[in-house]
Design a protein around this ligand. Structure first.
Ligand code: FAD
Length: 336
């Protein structure tokens, strides 16, 4: 007997979060899921995404381990594995390794487009993904039993619930907290909700770079990226702190990928501009790391000219993520 669809969910955004949620929910044949993506295709900028133990366990729940095996990706194994090596490199001489990280699982690195492809392979039969559909507004209708999503092309769709998985600059989050703010009688509380809308610039740029493994090996046979397994961190002592610089490198087949994190002084959100992912000349990165160890400077000199600069924005944990029939795919701040 054919199963009747009794509930409909709209998800705004076909990134990792939206597609993973769609794959989970659409396992239930009674639920229809429609994912709306603003871009003309389901795609992800950036090279690879590192998957750590917790995400891997979610992947296993979803059966993504089978999809990985089909595509000949090695799957992580239980047991301690050597992870990144941290090195003090922000000086010309006498750099040293100061920490060798053990991780409770092998680290898995998956190209982002492959991950999106695998997630799409897990979507249920009552799930569809529609592209070139930018959500711009939401309207609660039918005495609060339905919610309509309005799109920039003038169309609309309704569902029982809507989930915003539309990234750090989320339109859904804007609607969500503006709606809450409008319900407040206390202007201080209203303002506090509005403050949750704009993401904040972390102060850091991430420059995504890569270099041919052959070219690097020819010039530096003993380069820092070769020893160890998988991923090697080349970092300043203050790695991971805003105000510091660090480089994370990971060999991947014929290419060594690396991300250079740099927090320039004197820049503010106003000077950063609206283009959050832009191609920049490689000289920008070379200049930012000029006083570092020769292995770092040498890798930067040899890197491919195409460097994309990501402005890293952050949203603090939100106090809640459900407002009637609209939910946000977001981390909730623990209540004090
Ligand atoms: C430099 C860098 C390195 C990172 N490395 C890692 C890593 O190694 N491992 C890891 O786990 N995480 C990593 N992250 C974090 C990871 O990329 C994010 O956590 C993840 O992409 C969030 O997924 P998401 O689906 O919530 O949002 P996104 O990936 O931003 O996807 C949101 C989607 O919504 C679409 N959209 C936006 N607005 C609308 C709208 N109005 N209507 C419809 N669709 C819309 C967008 O086009 C996009 O497709 C990294 C982040 C950065 C910046």
């Amino acid at each position: 007997m054919e199963t009747q669809v009794t509930f409909k969910v709209i998800i705004c955004g076909a990134g990792v979060g939206g597609l993973a949620l769609a794959a989970f929910i659409s396992r239930n044949p009674q639920v229809e899921v429609v994912v709306y993506e603003s871009k003309p295709e389901v795609s992800a900028a950036g090279e690879a995404i590192a998957i750590w133990k917790r995400s891997w366990q979610v992947f296993q729940d979803m059966g993504l381990d089978e999809e990985l095996a089909k595509r000949n990706f090695p799957t992580p194994k239980e047991g301690e594995v050597r992870g990144p090596i941290y090195r003090k490199s922000d000086q010309k001489e006498d750099g040293y390794d100061f920490h060798s990280h053990l991780v409770p699982y092998g680290l898995l690195s998956i190209p982002r487009p492959k991950l999106l492809e695998m997630l799409q392979a897990k979507l249920g039969q009552n799930c569809k993904v529609l592209t070139s559909k930018q959500a711009i507004d939401f309207v609660v209708e039918d005495n609060g039993t339905q919610v309509a999503v309005l799109f920039s092309d003038g169309t609309r769709d309704t569902a029982d619930i809507v989930v915003g998985a539309d990234g750090v600059h989320s339109t859904t989050r804007k609607w969500f907290f503006t709606d809450f703010a409008n319900q407040q009688t206390d202007p201080v509380k209203a303002e506090a909700y509005l403050q949750l809308v704009p993401p904040k610039w972390s102060g850091t740029y991430a420059y995504r770079c890569n270099v041919s493994a052959e070219a690097l090996e020819a010039k530096f046979p003993d380069h820092l990226v070769w020893p160890g397994q998988g991923k090697v961190g080349v970092s300043s002592e203050k790695a991971w702190l805003i105000g510091s610089q660090h480089v994370v490198s990971y060999p991947f087949g014929a290419v060594v990928h690396f991300i250079c994190y740099y927090s320039p002084s004197g820049e503010t959100l106003d000077t950063v501009g609206d283009a959050h992912v832009v191609d920049v000349p490689k000289q920008h990165v070379i200049d930012a790391f000029v006083d570092w160890e020769p292995e770092v400077c040498g890798m930067l000199e040899l890197m491919n000219p195409k460097v994309s600069r990501w402005t890293i924005f952050v949203v603090e944990g939100l106090p809640f993520a459900v407002n009637g029939r609209v939910a946000l795919s977001w981390v909730i701040r623990r209540m004090q």
